[in-house]
Design a protein around this ligand. Structure first.
Ligand code: OXD
Length: 317
């Protein structure tokens, strides 16, 4: 376990959800000597040098003139990077821990298998007391296309491949570490989508990925394909997806993330029979490791050492 630096910084945590509150309580228990505030007065606070949060509303950063580190409690740092007034010199990290890729892989495998092995149909048959044997499909004939092959996407690709599916990947720019056939950039998009019977979105939320999966791109998927979004809601244009499901081009979707979260009760996504909505729970960095990572980064910051899981602010992940 890392030690706090000799002169621990004052930390601001913004308790914007239960998810952040759980990390706040764990950090207080783990480092009782650390001064953590959860509210900011109207005046600037020059003592706060580190922020640990999921979202950073506009107007906060200018009141932190000595802020050095903005650490995301989540796997994505987009909620911090979206702040228009976060100065360019502030370093940003995201929460990464070894269990995250496996949790995501479990969730994606669950959604792929649920659809592939017709679980919704069998649940309906069960409810109706109907004994009807469906054909058992062959995973080797089915391609799962994974967008985003970073530390999480790589584990998902391995697990899905181990289940017998053909796996391909798409990345915006970097295919060096890929263990599966990979398509790159805009040039590789149509070929990638055209082969993906399942499309799994694991891309980071950045200005470049916003609304990337719109009607024109979703229409490139083969007829009957199924979409799984476990990344960020803003990447997928929900109305376009819904239209393509209603038109029969897509067989359905499993959506864990949404343009607006929580998903509003009147959203048509909730009650659509061919969609499965889950409340942003595909995977979460576990509390303990994330708190340790934050403390280690405070120590590294104080010692001038490279930070763990620092985000490249120019690319956004
Ligand atoms: C996220 C998370 O960043 O849940 O989405 O950690």
């Amino acid at each position: 376990m890392s030690k706090l630096p000799a002169r621990p910084p004052k930390v601001l945590m913004l308790l914007t959800s239960d998810f952040v509150t759980a990390r706040y309580e764990a950090l207080r228990a783990r480092a009782p000597d650390l001064e953590i505030v959860t509210e900011l007065g109207p005046q600037a606070d020059p003592d706060i040098t580190a922020l640990f949060a999921f979202k950073l509303p506009a107007g906060i950063a200018p009141r932190l003139p000595n802020l050095q580190l903005a650490a995301s409690v989540g796997a994505g740092a987009d909620g911090l990077l979206a702040a228009p007034d976060l100065p360019a010199h502030v370093r940003v990290t995201r929460a990464v821990e070894p269990g995250l890729g496996l949790s995501m892989a479990q969730f994606v495998a669950l959604q792929v298998l649920r659809q592939f092995r017709s679980l919704p149909i069998m649940e309906r048959q069960h409810a109706a007391g109907e004994w009807k044997r469906l054909p058992v499909p062959d995973a080797r004939q089915v391609t799962v296309g994974i967008m985003g092959l970073g530390s999480i996407g790589g584990v998902v690709a391995d697990v899905v491949a181990a289940l017998g599916f053909k796996v391909i990947g798409w990345t915006r720019s970097d295919a060096r570490a890929a263990r599966v056939p990979v398509f790159v950039g805009e040039a590789g998009m149509a070929a990638f989508l055209g082969r993906s019977d399942f499309l799994v979105c694991l891309l980071p939320g950045t200005p470049q990925t916003a609304r990337l999966l719109d009607r024109s791109r979703l229409a490139m998927l083969p007829p009957g394909s199924f979409v799984i979004n476990v990344a960020r809601g803003g990447i997928l244009v929900e109305d376009d997806l819904l239209a393509l499901v209603n038109e029969g081009h897509l067989s359905g979707a499993a959506l864990d993330v949404f343009a607006t979260e929580p998903l509003p009760p009147d959203s048509p996504l909730w009650r659509h029979p061919r969609l499965l909505v889950t409340p942003h729970i595909a995977a979460q960095p576990s509390v303990g490791p994330v708190v340790e990572q934050f403390i280690e980064n405070l120590r590294r910051l104080a010692n001038g050492q490279p930070l763990l899981d620092e985000v490249d602010r120019l690319v956004g992940y």
